[in-house]
Design a protein around this ligand. Structure first.
Ligand code: C2O
Ligand code: CU
Ligand code: CU
Length: 551
């Protein structure tokens, strides 16, 4: 039975009242069900591919000069080719990874971490050496249609393209990835993604003040779960939904560890998973270690927020400060995704026959706790400890000049509704990309400002909604589920993460989220962009539309 038929069976049965009242119970039951369906499932073992019973044996890969995750300044044009090659990732056999390969400073690089500054004009050529179309989409950037790299401009197998654009975004950690029509989920699961770090004077000033060196105590953590088989192959099935995996890669290292000083660290986390939402926390001996949230998708917040945990949906980024300074030598801190209520209400009628986890042997179900990596506090002499701690300055009360969310009382409101129909097809209003195609479903006047009111059906699941070409502000959340409500810090229902610039926002079942977008841009003519769910399986199943910006 296909997922669509599975959904068709259950959606009809789903009772809103039950979903409203009994989500935690339903979630519990789903896990029991998974277990009952598979009573002889082997315990996780350290065998190739299968979940790692002895995690935290591999040192975390840091941005280096060559290979996967090498750091490359975009100060000169860069040529990348999309191709497949094997890399030693897990113990045993190498793993085929689809990646963007290039050369920089005499070294071969793969999925490089790119670096540029606001105002730079950058140039990246793409040669496609895969057997299918691909693209490079510059996620989070203010960019014109021709350079956006969406599925509107596929680069055919054997073909090439050139992206050349000026960086108008403020400092932040952005990313790039393949975006071919209907195959984004496959290509990202196989590996076609990398990070783009943008700097600007404001960010440099904060960096100097904090005294945390990039690459040493200021580190990117690019997190992606993969479904891996016994031969260390990355598995994907086109047409399946919510592709979650049994292994966790951080910077392309499986379940890594990092030795840290007993001092302050700045970590920039990216959720590069196809579908898995993470509830990020740092844990020491079973207790959460609070951290400070200082930035979101589009860069620094105006002020830091102390938090115990934060939701990080696919495509979202957070910038956090974690202080290991009070911990004893040899302390172990886990970076984990804590358990949460997954609210997959659309298929929680309970009666489904096939095991939804059948494609994902060994994977933690959505919402179940998951260890991502480990920090090991190094043994230091008292003087070393003092030196490490003295190096980092005090966090200023004002981190950046980000203004508060705008007063949108007079702005046009565009309603958008997320839902699934009786056939199990996802929709944004009445639009599904497979039915509507490339034609824009609405257009927005360049230079205008709009509020998009995104409402998610109760019989739905959390959708990380992403807009191409524009960073936006979240202005309100209403009818939020308890896990979200409990995080609110403003009368408008917003949590700390909502207070930054964002390009991806989670809309939970039943919720109404309003975002404010300023459609000013320096380009001319019609520019088409995507609006879609960044659960890549939803995107590929058509939970996406294109919209136009025009004069
Ligand atoms: Cu991260 Cu439409 O993309
Ligand atoms: Cu994007
Ligand atoms: Cu979705």
């Amino acid at each position: 039975m296909t997922d669509t038929t599975r959904r068709r069976l259950f959606v009809g049965l789903a009772a809103t009242a039950a979903a409203l009242a009994a989500t935690p119970w339903l979630f519990q039951r789903r896990r029991e069900h998974d277990h009952a369906m598979n009573p002889t499932a082997p315990e996780p073992s350290a065998g190739p591919g299968l979940p790692n019973a002895q995690p935290f044996q591999t040192p975390l890969r840091l941005p280096g000069r060559e290979g996967l995750f090498a750091e490359v300044a975009l100060s000169a044009p860069l040529a990348l080719s999309a191709r497949a090659a094997s890399f030693p990732i897990f113990a045993g056999k190498p793993t085929e990874v689809w990646h963007y390969a290039g050369h920089a400073n005499g070294h071969a690089v793969a999925n490089p971490l790119l670096r540029a500054s606001t105002g730079d004009t950058v140039e990246v050529a793409l040669g496609n050496r895969l057997a299918e179309a691909t693209t490079i989409h510059w996620h989070g950037l203010s960019i014109d249609e021709a350079n956006d790299g969406s599925g509107l401009h596929p680069v055919a197998a054997g073909g090439s393209a050139r992206y050349r654009y000026r960086i108008d975004n403020r400092a932040g950690l952005y990313w790039y990835h393949a975006h071919p029509h209907e195959r984004t989920g496959l290509q990202l699961q196989r590996g076609l993604a990398g990070l783009l770090r943008i700097e600007d004077p404001e960010e440099r000033a904060l960096g100097e003040r904090l005294g945390l060196r990039w690459g040493e105590r200021d580190l990117p953590l690019f997190i992606a779960d993969k479904q891996v088989d016994a031969d260390n192959g990355i598995v994907y099935r086109i047409g399946a939904d919510d592709w979650i995996g049994n292994r966790v890669l951080v910077n392309w290292t499986p379940e890594p560890f990092l030795e840290v000083l007993p001092a302050l660290y700045r970590l920039r986390l990216v959720n590069g998973c196809n579908a898995r939402m993470l509830r990020i926390a740092f844990e020491h001996e079973g207790r959460t270690l609070p951290f400070k949230l200082i930035g979101t998708d589009g860069g620094l917040l105006a002020q830091a927020w102390t938090m115990d945990d934060v939701f990080l949906a696919p495509a979202q980024r957070i910038d956090v400060l974690v202080d290991f300074g009070a911990l004893p030598a040899a302390a172990r801190v886990l970076l984990r995704s804590l358990e949460y209520v997954a609210m997959e209400n659309e298929d929680e009628s309970g009666a489904f026959a096939p095991d939804p986890m059948a494609d994902h042997p060994g994977a933690a179900p959505m919402g179940e706790a998951l260890d991502l990596m480990q920090f090991r506090v190094a043994a230091c002499s008292d003087s070393e400890r003092r030196r490490a701690q003295a190096g980092s300055g005090v966090l200023p009360a004002v981190l950046s000049a980000l203004p508060p969310p705008p007063d949108t009382a007079a702005w046009t409101v565009r309603p958008l509704r997320l839902r699934m129909d009786q056939e199990g097809t996802w929709f944004i209003n009445d639009w599904n990309y497979h039915q509507v195609g490339h034609a824009p479903v609405f257009s927005v006047k360049r230079g205008s400002r709009e509020v998009w009111e995104i409402r998610n059906n109760m019989t739905s699941m959390p959708h990380p909604i992403h807009v191409h070409g524009f960073q936006f502000r979240v202005v309100s959340r209403s009818i939020s589920p308890p896990d979200v409500r409990s995080r609110k810090v403003t009368p408008q229902g917003l949590g700390p993460q909502d207070l930054g610039l964002n390009d991806t926002v989670v809309v939970w079942p039943g919720e109404i989220v309003r975002i404010a977008i300023d459609f000013s841009q320096p380009y001319r003519g019609t520019q088409r962009y995507m609006l879609h769910c960044h659960n890549l399986e939803h995107e590929d199943m058509g939970m996406m539309v294109s919209f136009a910006v025009e004069d």
